[in-house]
Design a protein around this ligand. Structure first.
Ligand code: KIV
Length: 323
């Protein structure tokens, strides 16, 4: 089984890859504040990753990598790295807004960040999280999810909950909105769960989770996030379902994994749950860079002459004007 290759397989409907020698958009490739779009590494997928590609990944035994993302700058980096699924999670309440829970996050917040992320992505499948109370009934759910696709540019939505949300999933799917489920630890229910605790422990809880997974698949979910459940239960759910499972704190047998971007990059040093692996120590890198900048501002080393503008000399002016 390959765990590194993204789903570059047969995609008759996938867009033709862009010719990297042709600038994407002349208006952003020139000018004072031009943004250089990073080159796609060889491993990056060629076209847009769609719902059916994720199912194909499961069938091929090809693991899916997913991360959260909240802005266009990180979205460009995530996309260039070939990450298949990007979630604008309501975890933005914690890591962007500094809230204690995800409950204060609104549909407006998610739509705003989804639109920003969408501008940075060319390949990854973009999922917008349905915040607390935004899917409390079918009408509200259709309105919230519709905005995420129409205004945010999401390709799908994710919502938390088990068998009880199956009718909502069904209504969204019937309206043409792909839905990712989310079971196990569901942070929007933090108060009902009595805190952020591992779920699915014990026979009854285990059975409830298996039933929920089956019900969500039947209702039309195209994938399900399994959060903070025992690894053997996640393996059982993964084997039971035809749709892919994406784990966070759910062991190695899920069809894919998701982590909060800032956590995996080490930007949140105080957050040390058992399931988290850090792939960088950006907290230290950023701290060093900022201290270096501050020191150079204080000592006058920055800005140096090469960072300052000046009038061109007559010779330079002539050369620029082609004379
Ligand atoms: O909001 C979020 O970031 C999530 C993921 C951790 C699955 O729901």
């Amino acid at each position: 089984m390959s765990t590194t290759n993204p789903p570059t397989g047969h995609r008759p409907d996938a867009p033709v890859p862009r010719d990297p020698t042709v600038p994407r958009d002349p208006s952003v490739s020139r000018g004072l504040y031009a943004i250089e779009t990073p080159q796609q590494p060889h491993s990056a997928p060629a076209g847009r990753i769609r719902v059916h590609h994720l199912r194909e990944c499961k069938e091929r035994g090809q693991r899916i990598s997913a991360v959260t993302c909240y802005d266009a700058t990180f979205a460009r980096l995530v996309d260039a790295a070939g990450i298949e699924v990007v979630l604008v999670g309501d975890s933005l309440g914690n890591v962007v807004q500094g809230q204690e829970t995800t409950l204060p996050v609104t549909v407006d917040h998610i739509v705003y960040h989804t639109a920003a992320v969408a501008r940075g992505l060319q390949h990854a499948h973009l999922v917008a999280d349905m915040p607390f109370m935004s899917y409390r009934n079918v009408d509200v759910a259709l309105q919230s999810a519709g905005r995420m696709l129409a205004e945010g540019g999401a390709h799908a939505v994710k919502l938390e909950g088990g068998s009880e949300v199956a009718p909502i999933v069904q209504a969204l799917v019937s309206a043409g909105i792909p839905v990712m489920g989310h079971i196990g630890l569901t942070p929007q229910s933090v108060h009902a769960m009595g805190g952020h605790r591992v779920q699915g422990r014990g026979h009854a809880a285990r059975q409830r989770l298996l039933d929920a997974a089956r019900d969500l698949q039947e209702a039309g979910c195209y994938a399900i996030v399994l959060e903070a459940i025992p690894a053997d239960l996640a393996a059982e759910v993964t084997a039971l379902l035809e749709i892919p499972t994406i784990g966070i704190g759910a062991g190695a047998e899920c069809d894919g994994q998701i982590l909060v971007l800032y956590d995996l990059l080490g930007m949140n040093p105080g957050f040390t749950p058992k399931f988290l692996k850090r792939y960088a120590d950006l907290g230290s890198v950023i701290g060093d860079a900022l201290r270096g900048y501050r020191g150079e501002v204080q000592t006058g080393v920055f800005p140096a002459p090469e960072h300052a503008y000046r009038d061109p000399t007559p010779v330079e002016r002539k050369r620029h004007s082609g004379g």
